[in-house]
Design a protein around this ligand. Sequence first.
Ligand code: M6R
Length: 628
Amino acid sequence: MCGIVGYIGFRDAYPVLIKGLHRLEYRGYDSAGCALVSRTSELNVYKAKGKVSDLERATQGKDITGSLGIAHTRWATHGAPSEVNAHPHISKSGNITLVHNGIIENYATLRVQLEKRGFVFKSQTDTEVLVQLIEFQKELRHCDLAEAVRRSLHLVIGAYAIAVIDKENPTQLVAARKASPLAIGIGEDYKEFFLASDASPIAEYTNQIVYLNDDEVAVVERGKNLHVMNLYGEDKEAEVKEVDVDLSMLDKGGFPHFMLKEIFDQPNVLRDCMRGRIINNVYSSESGQAHEPTLDVVLSAVKDHRRELLRARRIVIVSCGTSWHAGLIGKQLIEHFCQIPTEVAYASEFRYADPVVEQDDVVIAISQSGETADTLAAIQLAKEKGAFVYGIVNAVGSSIARNTDTGTYIHVGPEIGVASTKAFTGQVTVLTLFALALGMYKGTVDQQEYQDVLEELTNIPNKIQEVLKQNDKIQELSKKYTNSSNFLYLGRGFNYPVALEGALKLKEISYIHAEGYPAAEMKHGPIALIDKDMPVVFLTNHHRRYQKVISNLQEVISRHGQILAIIHEGDDQVKQMVETYIEVPQTLSCLAPLISVIPLQLLSYHIAVARGLNVDQPRNLAKSVTVE
Ligand code: M6R
C-alpha cells in the first residue's frame, strides 16, 4: 500500500508533491513525509505522524524550496505509525533518501549484515534497510546512485516501488519497481518528470505516462531523456502510453465524502461502462435487410478470444474483498448463461493452495485497483500452470490489466473512497455482459432471455437513480442503528453476495460487527443470535423462489429480530410483515444485485457518518492492498 510521489524539473517540487500525496492518500494515511533538495543544495526532510495535512502543518515556516523531491504517504507494515517510521528514510551519511511502497521480506537479515558494518538504524521499518544498503553499495563500488540501486535490488527479496535521490547529484532521480506500481509522467520536451504510485497525481501535468515493469530501474535526469534498464543494466524500451484521467473524478464534486459521491456516480458511470458494449442491431447480418431492432453485446476481448474461452471446461474467478463478492455473482451468471462450471477463490488462498489448474481452464481476475498483490500473484500462478487469464479491472494501465492475457475495463472512473461502491456495480455489469456474450457464442443463452436481460440492463442506471432519491429516508432510518454493535445481512441466490457486500461495507467504515449469510442457512446455527436487539437486513427482492425467502423472513420475525427489509416495489406481502423496509424498483432476478446493493451502501455510509467516523479513510485500511 503506501503512496509515493516524486518530481524533478523546473518548478517548485513541494506543491506537486503535496497535491500528489493528497491524491494518493487513499493508499495509506498513518504518516507522511517529503524530502527536497533545496535551492542551496541542502537536503530537507520533513515528516509527520497522521495525514498529509499534518505534514503540511509540520512544514510551515520551513525551507520548502527546490525542484527535486520525493514524498510518501504511509500504511504501516513494519513499525507502528510514527514520525521516525515515516518515509523518506535517510542513509547514514545523510546524502541519500528514499521512499518505498512494498515490503522488503529479507530486511532482518540485511539489517544484521549492515549493522555489523557500522550502520545504525533509527526506525523499525524494512525500508530503512534499503536506503542504507544503497549507500553501502555506492561506497563499496564507487559507483553512481543508479548502479548502487541496481546492485542493491539484486540482494533484496520482496516487493517495491521506490524513488531515491542523492544530495550529491541533484540532477537525478532514480526509481525502480517490483510487484508494486510505479508510473512516470513525462512533461513537455522532457523538461520535467513526475513519479507516482498511480496516474492521478500526474494527470494534470501530462498524459504521457510510462508504467515501469517488474525489475526495471528508471533514471530520470533533469532536461534529459528517461533511461530505463533492467537489474543487469541492460537498456529497456520505455513504452509511453497516453493516459487520460478525468480530473473532475478526483475531487468530491460538492459531496461531503468521496464515498457518497461515488455512490451517486453510479447511474452515470454504469452508462459509461455499457457505452458501446450494448448495441442496437437493425440489420440482419445474413440478408443485410433492416429488421426489428434487437440488442447485442459487443465485448471485443470475448470476441477476439472466444476460441480460448469456449475451450474452457472450468472457469476460476480470483479476487479479494468486494471484487470477490462480485465474483460470486459472476459465478451464478456464467453458470446460468454459459453452462460452464465456475469456482470463486480468494486470491490470497488460491496463490498458496496448490490449486489444480489445467491448460484449458480460464481464470478471471477481478480488481478495482488492478494492483492487489494477492490477485497479481494468483494470476502469475494461473499463467504458470497454463491457464488463459481474463482481467476485469477498473484502473487503466494497472499491473493486473497488463499482466492478464486479455480483459475488459469496467470504466467507472477513479474510485477514491476506501469502501468500494461503484466498482462493485461496474464489475457486476461487466460480468453480466461477459456471461451473455460468451453464452451467445456457446449457444447456451435463450434468445429471448438475452434480449430481456440486455434491455433491462440499459434501464438499470435509471432505476439506481430512483433508489438514490431515497437517500434522505435512508439517512433518517440509519439513526436507529447508530449504537448497534452487531448486524446480520441475509439474502439468497443473486442477493446472497449482496448480503456479504452489505456486511463488509458496514464493518469497514462503521466498525460494527456484521455478517452476511445465505438466508436459508440461518436455521443451521446463526438463528441462535436473533433477538430483539439484533438488526437483520433482509433482502427479499427479486428472488426466483420468492416464497422460500418469505419463509426465511418469517423465521426471523418469529424470533423478534429487528428487521430492515429491502423489498421490490409493490411487495405488499412483506410490507404487512415488517415495520421497516426500503422499496427498490422491480428488475430481473439476475440483475437484482445492481439495485439491492445501493440502499446497503447508503445505509452503511449514514451509520458511519452518524458515528462520527472518517468514512473515506477508515482505520487500518488502505484502498490498494499492494502487500500480501
Ligand atoms: O482493488 P481490488 O478490487 O483488487 O481490491 C480488493 C479489496 O481490497 C477491496 O475490494 C476491499 O475489500 C474494499 N475496501 C472493499 O470495500
